[in-house]
Each structure stands twice: as structure tokens, then as C-alpha cells.
Design a protein around this ligand. Structure first.
Ligand code: ATP
Length: 594
């Protein structure tokens, strides 16, 4: 049955030839000077062929790959010109992801998912068919990538031990192959692998290309001679220009011999090519004009002819359309698994919530309430704990989101770019699941500390309202965490700045300075503070008491300028605005990466 499927796929897919003419890419450096990364390169990557782009470090290999995959575009500072076609059709980034896939150098996989789960997630979002057919596709990919033994092992990473580097790379490739693209682009698919594993990967790509007439293009550093022999088409780049483009094996050696560079008899041709290209050797740099001249005279006309002969026809644009809710459901399910599996994080948070509750309870043990003849000092203590509680609950969720978001962010950028889903469902799915800890942990802390502190338990409504505010405060912390994670492109900046930037809001909570005492020019700032709303709601809940009451009316003393339900509205407003703005930042971040 799987065999039949293979044949179907081959017949259904069209072949795609990628051609490019006169690609020039110039960037503006920090000091204002210009740097040419690609200098008028033209070429062709044909279907059914493996094209390897080689060159010394900094030659422009990744840049070329990124240009061809429409990951680089014209900006105010960086200028890109030239023509890029697939089967003689222009294409944009969206269309690229419908007929091609890109495997980045750094594999971005979720460590808490098994290999099979990763591939199933990709199959569910990127292929059509019944669940059974999708399962078959996953098994086929597992078989063809020889991942059977590790299919149920976690990818692994920071928290969990997982699969090997080679298995990881193959999983990344499988993640892209599952949608059966006509073209696959890979940035250094063999980096960091031993020579045998590297050979297996290139061999696999070569089979994929030849058997299914796919276009395979990758950049590679120092291939072994076995790998070198698998290349159908070789592009050698030096300082953003080609010095060779054409068949490998004897052809390339004959060509270089014809321009005066003979590969020693028993040398690895790849090593020899890397040797004569390397810019660190002055002798090589002196020879560059010879390489360029030879290429322009002898090879460029052939390349131009091949470009003119290229496949014509429509692009096999296909996108497995999945609904908004289906995407939300899959993202949410995956996120739940992640939370369940990083047990150490969940356990740490559970312990943190209990310890915080007990600690607050012990430090503020049994503050006298309205029936115990409370003094002003008792009221001060109670005010103190209510503000501290708000801040602690807020920071707990903020910290969690800032810590986990960097991993999520890289995965999002990769998957969104590959059109697994759009930003909306991702954001909704992620936010909903992250709300679970935002509900559970503040509830635990509240329940542990409430009666220890001796807060108002006049009726059950008081306790429920307290927990409700704790949850809203925690969700506000989450929304702010998202905002920090999306606003700062550098994760370290987000981690170090977010908690600092929140401090002024504590000043405006209404306890450290009375609400009515702010200077008029800065008074508006209090309305941006989630702590103001949280603290106000908690105080109004606590001090609203029918009975002998407190020595001086604390509500009057604190001079609150809103009701408790208005404070709830303010809190909801705070996290809604943060959520909305972080979603906008997510869209901007996505655009910036493209
Ligand atoms: N946006 C940019 N602004 C300035 N310089 C850049 C930019 N992008 C790339 N470069 C520089 O352009 C050169 C080519 O980069 P590229 O990543 O394409 O090289 P590469 O051949 O893939 O190198 P490596 O093998 O080391 O990955 C490098 O010197 C790099 O530092």
C-alpha cells in the first residue's frame, strides 16, 4: 500500500527547476559602508539533481540559499537585485513554502516530543488525507530516514536526554520531507556530524532527488570524497561570485586543469577545491581573477544556455488547508504535552507555589481581623501582604513565560515560515495552555496562605474573589511575559529587562504612595499598573466588612478611586492590551525574520 502511495506522489508532483540571473546582494554595514555579499551570480538547480554549494567560510553560500528561498528581500539598507524563477515563474516566500522546504542549519525541534510525535505533528498540519493515511506517511518517512530505532525517543535538549546529532538532523529533514516538497533546501545538513552519518544523510538526499525527481540544494563544508561523488551539480563560490558551476567528478577536475590548476593524483577533490578557494592564503587571493575570468569565459555561457532550456510550466503550489480551530487544537495539545513532560519545571513551580504560600502565611501569621480589635499596625501589615502577594503572583508567571518563550519563539518562527500554521492559531493555542499554570499555581498559593494570614473569610465569596484576582494577576504576568518575549529580539535582553521595567508599576500600586498624592503630570501612569488594579480589588474585598471594623477605615485611608469591579475591569484591560500588543509584535517578528 505504501509502495502505491509513493508512485502516486511522484505522478502528482511536478518537477521544479530553480533558475537565477544576475543576483546581486549588497548590505549596508553599521559604519555605513556597503558590502557585496553576492555579485551578479546566475545559475540553475535542476530537478532530479543534487546541487551542492561550496565555498570557504563567508563566501556567501547561506546568503545565496536564503535569496533563492525568498528569505531575503529588498530593504532600505540592503539591496537585492536580479531574477529568481521556478519553472520560469516568479515566486514569493509564501509560494516558496508551498512547493519547497528549507531545513535550517540549527535544528529547531521541541525537546519534549518524540521523533514520531514531531513527524506526526508535521503530517497533521502539512498533508491532506485521513488520519490513517497521515500515519502511513509518517511511517514511510521514518523508514526512509532509518529512524525506526529512535522513533519513540525524545528529541531531547536542555531538560531531557534525547536522540543523537545525526538522528536529530534526519528528524529535521523528515519534518520537511513529510509534505513531499518538490524542492528541498538545506543549510549545511552535515555540520557537526561524523563522516559516516554525514554520508548517510547526503546519500539519502541523493536517493530522494533521483528517485522522485526532486530538486535538492544544500550548502556544505569540506565533504569527504564519498560525499563529493554524490553531487550531480556543484557550485563553487568565492567572495560572492561563482568560480565553477556544473557537473562534479571528472568534469570539475578537467575544468580546473584547463585553467591551470591540477588536483594532485591521490587528493580528495573537495579538499583540493577548498584549498585553492580559501581566502586566508594570499596566493589563492592572487589567483581569484584567474578563476573569475575562466568562469566568465568558459562556464557562464553554458550556464546561460542551461537556464534558457529550463522546465517551463506551472508551479506545483499546494497547501494542505487546515482550519483555525484544528490548528489551535494541535498547538494546544502539543503545548500540554510539553508542560506535562518537563516535569522538573512543573514540580519546581508546584513547590514554589506551596513554599511561597507557607512563607507568606508564616511571616504574616494571623494578622488580627476586624473582630480582633486590630490596630493601625495590623492594617499596615495587611496592606503590605496584599501588595506583596500581587507582585509575587505576577512575577511567578512572568518568569515562567520569559524562560519558556525563547524555545517556543524559535519553533514558531520555523514552523510559521514553513506554513504549518498562521500566527493567530499559534498564539491562541499557546496562550490558552499557558493559562493552565496561571490558574493552578496562584490558586494553590492562595489556598495555602489565606487562612494562615487570617484574611477575610466572612463568606465563601470573599475567598473565591481573592483567588479570582490572583488568577487574573497571574494571567497579566503571562501577557507581559509574552510582550517582553516578542518585543525584544534578543532573548537575554528580555530576560534581564522585563523584571526591571515592571518595578515602576509597583510604585503606582496605591500603597507606597497614596493614589491621590501623585503629581498631576505623572498621575496617569497609575492606570497602566496591573498592581494598582490587583491591590485595589484585594483591599476592597478584604476591608469591606459588616461589623465593628477597623480603627480607621483603611479604604478611606488608601483613597481608592474605583470600585472592586472596576479594578477587575482594569486588570482585564491590562492583560488584554499586553496580549494584543504582543500578538502585533509576533507578527512584526515574523516579518522581520522573513
Ligand atoms: N545582513 C548582513 N549584514 C552584514 N554582513 C552580512 C550579513 N549577512 C551575511 N553577512 C556576511 O556576509 C558574508 C557571507 O555570509 P554567509 O552566511 O552567506 O557565508 P557562508 O558562505 O554561508 O559562510 P559559513 O560557511 O561560515 O556559514 C559573511 O562574511 C557574513 O558575515
Amino acid at each position: 500500500m505504501i509502495q502505491t502511495k509513493n508512485i502516486d506522489i511522484i505522478q502528482e508532483n511536478r518537477h521544479v527547476d530553480i533558475t537565477f540571473k544576475n543576483i546581486t546582494y549588497t548590505v549596508t554595514l553599521k559604519d555605513g559602508s556597503k558590502k557585496d555579499l553576492l555579485r551578479g551570480v546566475s545559475g540553475i538547480c535542476k530537478s532530479g539533481e543534487v546541487t551542492a554549494i561550496l565555498g570557504s567560510s563567508g563566501a556567501g553560500k547561506t546568503t545565496l540559499l536564503n535569496v533563492l528561498s525568498q528569505r531575503i528581500s529588498n530593504t532600505r539598507k540592503n539591496h537585492l537585485s536580479g531574477e529568481i524563477h521556478a519553472n520560469n515563474n516568479q515566486y514569493d516566500a509564501d509560494q516558496f513554502s508551498q512547493f519547497a522546504s528549507y531545513v535550517m542549519q540549527d535544528d529547531v525541534l521541541l525537546e519534549t516530543m518524540t521523533v514520531k510525535e514531531c513527524l506526526t505533528f508535521a503530517a497533521n498540519l502539512r498533508t491532506s488525507g485521513t488520519p490513517l493515511q497521515k500515519e502511513e506517511k509518517v511511517l514511510e518517512i521514518i523508514r526512509s530516514l532509518h529512524l525506526e530505532k529512535c522513533q519513540n525517543t525524545f528529541v531531547g535538549g536542555q531538560f531531557i536526554k534525547g536522540i543523537s546529532g545525526g538522528e536529530r538532523k534526519r528528524t529535521s529533514i523528515g519534518y520537511e520531507l513529510i509534505s513531499d516538497p518538490s524542492c528541498i533546501f538545506l543549510d549545511e545538513p552535515t555540520s557537526g556530524l561524523d563522516s559516516f552519518t554525514a554520508y548517510r544523510i547526503i546519500h539519502l538526499l541523493s536517493d530522494f532527488s533521483h528517485n522522485k525527481k526532486k530538486t535538492v540544494v544544500f550548502t556544505i563544508h569540506s565533504p569527504s570524497s564519498d560525499i563529493w561523488n554524490l553531487f550531480d551539480n556543484i557550485m563553487l563560490l568565492v567572495e560572492g561570485r561563482f568560480i565553477y558551476q556544473g557537473k562534479g567528478k571528472q568534469n570539475i577536475l578537467q575544468y580546473f586543469s584547463s585553467i591551470g590548476f591540477n588536483c594532485p593524483k591521490y587528493s580528495n577533490p573537495a579538499d583540493y577545491m577548498m584549498q585553492i578557494m580559501h581566502s586566508s592564503k594570499q596566493e589563492n587571493v592572487q589567483n581569484y581573477p584567474l578563476y573569475f575570468e575562466g568562469y566568465d569565459k568558459k562556464l557562464q555561457p553554458i550556464v546561460n544556455y542551461r537556464i534558457s532550456e529550463t522546465n517551463q510550466g506551472l508551479l506545483p503550489l499546494k497547501s494542505a488547508k487546515t482550519s483555525f480551530f484544528y490548528q489551535v487544537m494541535l498547538i494546544a495539545k502539543r503545548q500540554i504535552k510539553i508542560i506535562q513532560r518537563i516535569r522538573i519545571l512543573s514540580k519546581a513551580r508546584m513547590a514554589q507555589s506551596i513554599i511561597l504560600g507557607v512563607f507568606l502565611g508564616l511571616v504574616f501569621l494571623r494578622i488580627p481581623g476586624p473582630t480582633d480589635n486590630p490596630t493601625i499596625r495590623d492594617v499596615n501589615d495587611k496592606n503590605g501582604i496584599l501588595l506583596f502577594f500581587s507582585v509575587a503572583i505576577y512575577m511567578m508567571q512572568l518568569q515562567f513565560c520569559i524562560l519558556t518563550f525563547p524555545i517556543q519563539r524559535a519553533v514558531f518562527l520555523r514552523e510559521e515560515n514553513a506554513k504549518f500554521y498562521t500566527a493567530g492559531p499559534y498564539f491562541v493555542g499557546q496562550f490558552i495552555v499557558d493559562m493552565i499554570p496561571a490558574i493552578v499555581f496562584p490558586t494553590i498559593t492562595s489556598l495555602v496562605s489565606y487562612w494562615m494570614i487570617g484574611l477575610n473569610d466572612d463568606n465563601a465569596g470573599k475567598v473565591f474573589f481573592f483567588i479570582f484576582i490572583a488568577i487574573l494577576t497571574s494571567i497579566s504576568g503571562q501577557a507581559y511575559g509574552y510582550l517582553a518575549g516578542t518585543a525584544f529580539s534578543d532573548v537575554n535582553v528580555a530576560v534581564s529587562l522585563a523584571p526591571v521595567l515592571i518595578k515602576p508599576f509597583i510604585l503606582f500600586a496605591g500603597l507606597l504612595k497614596n493614589t491621590g498624592d501623585y503629581a498631576s503630570w505623572i498621575s496617569w501612569f497609575q492606570y497602566l499598573s496591573p498592581f494598582k488594579y490587583s491591590f485595589t480589588a484585594l483591599c476592597l474585598n478584604e476591608y469591606n466588612y459588616d461589623g465593628p471594623g477597623y480603627p480607621q477605615d483603611p479604604v478611606h485611608q488608601l483613597d481608592f478611586n474605583m470600585s472592586k469591579w472596576q479594578a477587575v475591569g482594569g486588570l482585564i484591560g491590562c492583560f488584554s492590551i499586553c496580549t494584543f500588543v504582543s500578538f502585533l509584535f509576533l507578527l512584526i517578528m515574523k516579518k522581520r525574520v522573513q
